[in-house]
Write a protein that binds this ligand. Sequence first.
Ligand code: PEP
Ligand code: MG
Length: 550
Amino acid sequence: MPDSAEPAPLHGIGVSPGVAGGPVLRVAGVPALPAPAPVTDPAAEAGRAVAALREVVAELHRRAGRSGEKTLVDVLRAQAMMAEDPLLLEAVREKVLAGSDGPHAIDAAFATHRAAFEAAGGYLAERVADLDDLRDRAVAVCLGRPMPGVPSPGHRYVLTAWDLAPADTVDLDPEQVVALVTESGGPTSHTAILARALGLPAVVACPGARDLADGTTVLVDGATGLVRVDVDPVEVTAAETADREHRTAVAAISGPGRTSDGRPVALLANIGSARDLAAADGAEGVGLFRTELLFLDRSREPELAEQAEAYREVFAALAGRRVVIRTLDAGADKPLPFLHQADEPNPALGVRGLRLVRQRPELLRTQLAAIARAAEQTGAEVWVMAPMVATRAEAAEFADAVHAAGLPKAGVMVEVPAAALRAGQLLEVVDFLSIGTNDLSQYTFAADRQSGLLAELLDPWQPALLRLIAEVGTAGRAAGKPVGVCGEAAADPLLAPVLVGLGMTSLSMSGRALGPVRAALAARSSADCARLARLALDADDAQRARKAVA
Ligand code: PEP
Ligand code: MG
């Protein structure tokens, strides 16, 4: 783990698990055009420019030859055909003979071609990005520079980029590239899909990734999204070995979540719809069903019958297992057009989550009726919870509404510090609590959860956040009621034993994270968990908490 001399790590979204490190190399950039140069031998200059284009064509064919993926091969061959267009080659020649140097002739010929594609519209207009890529490659060759794209230095390295385009990825040799870190992208971006397919650890949406100088040694954790900077190469090797051993151990463990002394910790999945259930195979149930996905981008509220059908699909797949369904969490970063909410100066501090449906009770009534109907038709054990609850009165009102709809189990999320501080009082009126650490971090540190610049404050290892989780754990134990975590913090295998030590009885996470968390718990006793929780709580900051526990 990082020592205090190490620069602050970068934080992004881990999209492909595993630990690997090495020197950073960036995707080679697009060369800037230098000032126009005088041309002494136009015929030779025209030959040089055309040869650059032919080299680009040859390179595209080489890349197509290396790829086994048919779609990609088709894309590359189509791009090669565009670069071989006789009209384009002729335009380049003409521009040189009219006085341009090679790189400027290529640039100008492509500009004309590009304008024609754009004017044609449709399919051709969509190909202008391919033309730009061809132009950049040909200009680079003509200037005697490496073509923009993925480097091939002949040794292992960590590839950094703004994002990776499909055309880049065919150059990506998994023998050389050991991990990917991109400044942009998301869990479903091309980078993420590619990384998972190749089994490479990857972190996306990682601010600062592109500023890392070539050659800086980093250690990438594709599960937690942490990228440590200036790491000792000996430590990199040790971390990679530990990761390999850990993966082998993880693969050997299955079954319900337990500590080594047999204390059960329900391992549940976070889903947005029935589609996510496939990845949640191996979960003991669902710990967070985010229902708002059904409501987003709608011009009208979905009818009761449509809602019931969407919920039934999930409940039916989980017959006999627990499904914690969360009522509508709209507002702030999830606005619903059909609600026509008034503008608010601080939407994250405004009418969102339960606050919204308290103002529009008919929304909650319809949703609860749909949940009750779906529950009746299936054998799932349905628990219902509300987001953004701050007080006991709100929790009591929600529990009454849930019971009135004929649903037996009502709980609330702990996302506001006030709710954590009064967890005992909340548990007097609800059956369970589930901590949303994403929002609880945001509101504890007054740090917008979408801000990459504030990632350090949003680190779930922050002792202040852990203290609030401990409050909830203590209240849960005293009341003898289930308390869990369903925010991203639950997916960190190093943090999982700490959360159990703080009193959590369930952890809910994306399906991919279940195996490593299950293995982490199986390797620790209840007493270990309590000791690790103490260490983390007593640390001065998040980095030290992580280091103490590791
Ligand atoms: C959370 O805030 O931690 C949570 C689980 O809810 P969401 O991420 O959907 O806001
Ligand atoms: Mg939340």
